[in-house]
Write a protein that binds this ligand. Structure first.
Ligand code: ASP
Length: 354
């Protein structure tokens, strides 16, 4: 499933070591013979493509998925597989870099932040807008800086960023706060509701007070399952009863992300409220997440959200949809009591909401 490649760096005997996991995406692509289609390149040639890797002052190992995937094909099974790969190598490495397609990187980084319980080492996601093999590629800088961040330690020898993050185009963002906001320009990621963890220019400037604390050295655990029985219902003016009913009444559905307007507002039409009330009464967990990229859900600020609290819809505060979906999969996978499920959904678990 994976191939392991040891990169001979200048520091074969260095005490710091980083494991880089290549899962797929644009970064590792080259053009095929026709020059028209991008296909994954052979990662055993990594060294030839990036000879600078040899100059790092830490040890570097690359693990490449035998069948790299476009990140549109990522599933919760991949997240579990990568989480187990990290757990299996946790004691051997000081930090981890995951090379991933940009399209669903914010979902994967969010999912990994929940799955990896008691994490106290860096897991830095990165990718690129242009393939490594192209002249103007952004892959080189993203990859090199992500590696630096994954290996960075404080004066006491502890990792500087002991959490799941995304490094992209000069910015280090909390993984479960990030969103892909650009499909063309290089500055593809933003975290509107949480400040930067670091900014990379001539130096990498860390905002130490905003990074999750190192915490107790409890053993790393990987949550055993993600419950995929979740759906997203995005509101739009004119949404019909058929659309709402058929989503909410889907057989087996356990969690629903309700993407609302502004500060968490939704239609006040009787049929809409009844549809949600019935679903919540039958045990569906409904999580209110705003369609806005910045700001908060405040149920009750407007008349158009007061009824949501009354029928038991849970406020997602300033969580992103990406973090909300993966958090639901994680929390529902724990099979907790209804009260505890509601408590965990509305409480920050990994800094994903305020
Ligand atoms: N489609 C690609 C992916 O997400 C895009 C990218 O890597 O930027 O895998």
């Amino acid at each position: 499933m994976f191939t392991t490649i040891h990169i001979p760096t200048a520091a074969a005997q260095a005490s710091t070591s980083v494991l880089m996991i290549y899962t797929g995406g644009t970064l590792g692509m080259v053009y095929d013979r026709t020059g028209r289609h991008l296909v994954p390149f052979d990662f055993s040639q990594m060294n030839e493509r990036l000879p600078e890797l040899n100059r790092f002052d830490f040890q570097l190992t690359v693990v490449a998925l035998d069948q790299p995937i476009d990140s549109s094909n990522v599933t919760p099974d991949h997240w579990l597989q990568w989480a187990h790969l990290i757990r299996g190598n946790y004691d051997r490495y000081d930090g981890f870099v995951i090379l991933h397609g940009t399209d669903t990187m914010a979902y994967s980084a969010s999912a990994m932040s929940f799955l990896l319980e008691n994490l106290h080492k860096p897991v830095v996601f990165t990718g690129s807008q242009l393939p490594l093999g192209t002249v103007r590629t952004d892959a080189r800088e993203n990859l090199m800086t992500a590696l630096e961040i994954a290996s960075a330690k404080d004066a006491a020898g502890r990792p500087l960023v002991p959490e799941v993050s995304i490094y992209f185009h000069g910015l280090l963002l909390r993984g479960n706060r990030a969103k892909k906001v650009e499909s063309v320009h290089f500055d593809a990621f933003q975290s509107e509701n949480y400040p930067l963890l670091a900014e990379a220019g001539v130096t990498i400037d860390y905002n130490r007070s905003l990074i999750l604390p190192y915490g107790d050295e409890l053993p790393l655990r990987v949550a055993p399952v993600m419950d995929g029985r979740v759906a997203i219902l995005k509101l739009f003016p004119g949404i019909t009863r058929l659309v709402a009913d058929s989503t909410v009444q889907m057989p087996g559905l356990r969690g629903l992300i309700l993407e609302t307007y502004g500060s968490g507002n939704a239609p006040t039409a009787g049929w809409f409220i009844e549809t949600l009330r019935k679903a919540v009464n039958k045990g569906l967990f409904v999580f209110n997440v705003s369609q806005c990229v910045g700001g908060f859900v405040v149920q009750g600020r407007y008349e158009t959200s007061r009824h949501l609290s009354e029928i038991g819809v849970l406020s997602g505060a300033d969580i992103t949809t990406e973090a909300a979906v993966t958090k639901m999969m994680y929390v529902l996978g724990k099979h907790l009591s209804d009260d505890e499920t509601r408590r965990q959904l509305t409480t920050p678990l990994r800094g994903e909401m305020s």
